[in-house]
Design a protein around this ligand. Structure first.
Ligand SMILES: Nc1ncnc2c1ncn2[C@@H]1O[C@H](COP(=O)(O)OP(=O)(O)OP(=O)(O)O)[C@@H](O)[C@H]1O
Length: 329
């Protein structure tokens, strides 16, 4: 039920300062895509343009025949209802309970009765694991719970497109792992088109079907996960492997002196690490858009780095009675 988003020649600037120019890509229907990029490269601005909160200077954003970049307010309002957006902080109303926050889009955009609303709200609250917290205010729950409440709210209108703005920011690695699993499970259940903006390289390496990278005012790459994880392109390679050596510096781009010093020290990027297996839905069934591991590499005659697509789940030897210090108690 997801729809594709076709972006053509998109350019955005603020006060004459270009954020990115001529961005062209197609976010495939029903797939999970991730947009990466160093801080300040305009990932959030990109997301806001997609949902019509910001107008680009030039270009088009086609969703099912509607051009979000150029359409009028009324058309935009109708198309926007097909989007669910999870903002960084959950963007909850502080004076409303979790329940009322999640119910808000239904009360605003539908004529459902309170009874029908309750059934949908409680279903979504359960889906994100917040049963029991529905009467609490946002200030009474943790940051991770606020994100999940924001996610429940983004899901109530059954969106065909879900946008996530740094869902993992401010979360510890365990909570990030849970949230990533939830995202993969939701994609399987809804078949919606997912776009996730993140800094987290581990998320980018394991969750999506496609990876994009914004860098230095342009889209450096967008394509299937395996293609990006095999890429020798210096910026892509440096970012996806979280390396210091490469064109990206602390202030986005290294200057000529820094690059010359790196070249003189003959610092080389380490070999590409193995491509990890993609995160599977927790019910063990594949997502409709999921491709078998290694398929893209095989189809394109690319040899993946050694050790790719091997399970990294640790296997522990069986614990014996001797090791536990006695028999069953
Ligand atoms: N409403 C605005 N008015 C003026 N400049 C803006 C506005 N929104 C964003 N910018 C500028 O656009 C640039 C890109 O910002 P954006 O928040 O999209 O970056 P980002 O890649 O999401 O960064 P981060 O990873 O740190 O969240 C920044 O220089 C920012 O200051």
């Amino acid at each position: 039920m997801g729809v594709e988003i076709r972006v053509e020649g998109l350019t955005k600037s603020f006060h004459g300062q270009v954020v990115w120019r001529d961005v062209t890509l197609t976010i495939p229907a029903g797939e999970i895509s991730v947009m990466l990029g160093p801080s300040g490269t305009g990932k959030s601005v990109f997301l806001k343009c997609l949902v019509g909160l910001l107008k680009p200077d030039r270009g088009h954003i086609y969703v099912d025949g509607h051009d979000i970049a150029t359409c009028g307010e009324r058309e935009l309002y109708a198309v926007r209802k097909r989007f669910g957006v999870l903002f960084q902080d959950g963007a909850l109303f502080g004076s409303m309970s979790v329940y009322d926050n999640v119910a808000f889009p239904l009360r605003e955009h539908t004529r459902l009765s309170e009874r029908e609303i309750r059934s949908i709200v409680m279903e979504k609250i359960e889906l994100v694991g917040l049963l029991g917290s529905e009467r609490k205010l946002p200030s009474e729950i943790s940051g991770g719970m606020r994100k999940r409440a924001g996610l429940a709210r983004a899901l109530v209108l059954d969106p065909e497109i879900m946008l996530f703005d740094e869902p993992d920011s401010g979360l510890d690695p365990v909570r990030t792992a849970y949230l990533n699993q939830l995202i993969v499970d939701l994609n399987q259940q809804t078949g919606a088109t997912f776009l996730i903006v993140t800094h987290d390289v581990n998320t980018a390496r394991t969750v999506p079907d496609n990876i994009g990278l914004l860098y230095h005012q342009h889209l450096a790459m967008f394509g299937p996960r395996e293609m990006c994880l095999c890429s020798e392109e210096p910026v892509v390679r440096q970012f996806l492997n979280a390396q210091r050596i490469g064109p990206i510096g602390m202030a986005e781009e290294k200057d000529a002196d820094e690059l010359a010093a790196e070249a003189a020290s003959s610092a080389e990027l380490p070999p590409l690490p193995p491509i990890p297996l993609q995160l599977q839905p927790s019910n063990g069934l594949p997502r409709p858009s999921q491709r078998p591991p290694g398929q893209w590499c095989a189809e394109h005659g690319v040899t993946p780095p050694p050790g790719s697509f091997q399970s990294t789940t640790p296997t522990f030897p069986p614990v014996t009675a001797h090791q536990t210090g006695g028999g069953p108690s």
